[in-house]
Design a protein around this ligand. Structure first.
Ligand code: AMP
Ligand code: TRP
Length: 327
């Protein structure tokens, strides 16, 4: 029997890139295999509504993200795999937490500031996004949350909100800790000073990319004009980013890679990176294509996950309602 719970989520808003994988998804599979936690992994469809989307595509994006979970190696028999909107308690708790969350703190969230600057008319969902995320986490008494480093501020917010609630209504929530990987921030191939992000697809290596696409993107990746492969984040951010990716997908340490490629031309090094990435995701691509072609299986996985998640979440919600005095 697991004693600790773990929660994480990924938005269904397009294809997953290698940053999502190395920062989060691969870690989900390792944590599941480690057996220390009861794991809840969800497709956070409600969060994805805060950015522009096409309703005709949303359903298939949700299925695609579920397929990515399973293709990456998550096992629906071991983890609770579900879709956020299939568990209404998330929204109910988010509302309750909205009445505890300080406006000022939410206004200071970097992701809100970045994303609202990009939207013509900022919706309130984007503003209160971290509150829904906090609800996703505390509803399952999660102690650990595997995420990339762009989510650290949201987790800090979650911890503060849990503390505040506990202080006011009595001990109810756990304060979750983030779990980071050695590559918590994979940088863009076209601008190694910026995070790899779906909003700039040109700089992304997508997990679904075919080997020739991977080769073309890595060969075109921005690096400095110098020579010599060494790990120097400040002066050679492009090479350092590729070394981080190479090391993660190959399992060879950065130190050993530098020994091997230290004197190689950038083109030779890049070719090796592209090959290693293509090899790493060959099995994933195959498995995912099969799953996407069999959406019935994915729907069943989500239904089974929702059943378990609803049972856990509703029990917690009943406790919360009592704590705040609702009838
Ligand atoms: P999202 O697609 O925004 O739902 O992100 C899913 C997960 O991927 C989150 O845990 C993010 O922190 C993580 N993530 C997103 N971009 C990157 C990146 N460039 N490097 C590392 N992790 C990332
Ligand atoms: N905000 C996260 C992201 O953009 C996704 C997310 C929503 C999440 N709810 C969560 C992550 C709960 C971990 C736990 O990546």
């Amino acid at each position: 029997m697991h004693t600790k719970n773990l929660v994480s989520g990924i938005q269904p808003s397009g294809k997953l890139h290698i940053g999502n994988y190395l920062g989060a998804l691969e870690n989900f599979t390792k944590l599941e295999a480690g057996g220390d936690y009861r794991c809840f992994f969800m497709v956070v469809d409600l969060h994805s509504l805060t950015e522009p989307y096409d309703p005709a595509l949303k359903g298939s994006q949700v299925l695609d993200t579920l397929a990515s979970f399973v293709a990456a190696g998550l096992d629906p028999k071991k983890s609770v795999i579900f879709v956020q909107s299939h568990v209404p308690a998330h929204c109910e708790l988010a509302w309750i937490l909205n009445t505890v969350a300080p406006f000022g703190e939410l206004s200071r969230m970097t992701q809100f500031k970045d994303k609202s600057a990009r939207q013509e008319e900022t919706n309130i969902g984007l503003f209160t996004y971290p509150v829904l995320m906090a609800a996703d986490i505390v509803l399952y008494d999660a102690e650990a949350v595997p995420v990339g480093d762009d989510q650290l501020q949201h987790l800090e917010f979650t911890r503060a909100l849990a503390r505040k609630f506990n202080h006011r209504f009595g001990e109810t929530f756990k304060e979750p800790e983030p779990l980071l990987t050695p590559t918590p921030r994979v940088m863009s191939l076209t601008d190694p000073m910026r995070k790899m992000s779906k909003s700039e697809p040109a700089g992304c290596l997508f997990l679904d990319d075919e080997p020739d696409e991977i080769m073309a993107k890595v060969m075109a990746a921005v690096t400095d004009s110098g020579t010599g492969v060494s790990y120097d984040r400040d002066n050679k951010p492009g090479i350092a980013n590729l070394l981080g990716i190479f090391s993660s997908v190959s399992g060879t340490s950065i130190e050993d890679l530098v020994k091997e490629y230290g004197n190689a031309k950038y083109s030779v090094f890049k070719k090796a990176v592209a090959k290693a990435v293509a090899k790493k995701f060959a099995g994933y691509r195959k498995k995912k294509a099969k799953l996407v072609a069999n959406s019935e299986k994915l729907v069943k996985i989500a239904a089974r996950g929702a059943k378990t998640a609803n049972a856990v979440a509703n029990a917690k919600l009943a406790e919360i309602r009592k704590k705040i005095g609702l009838l």
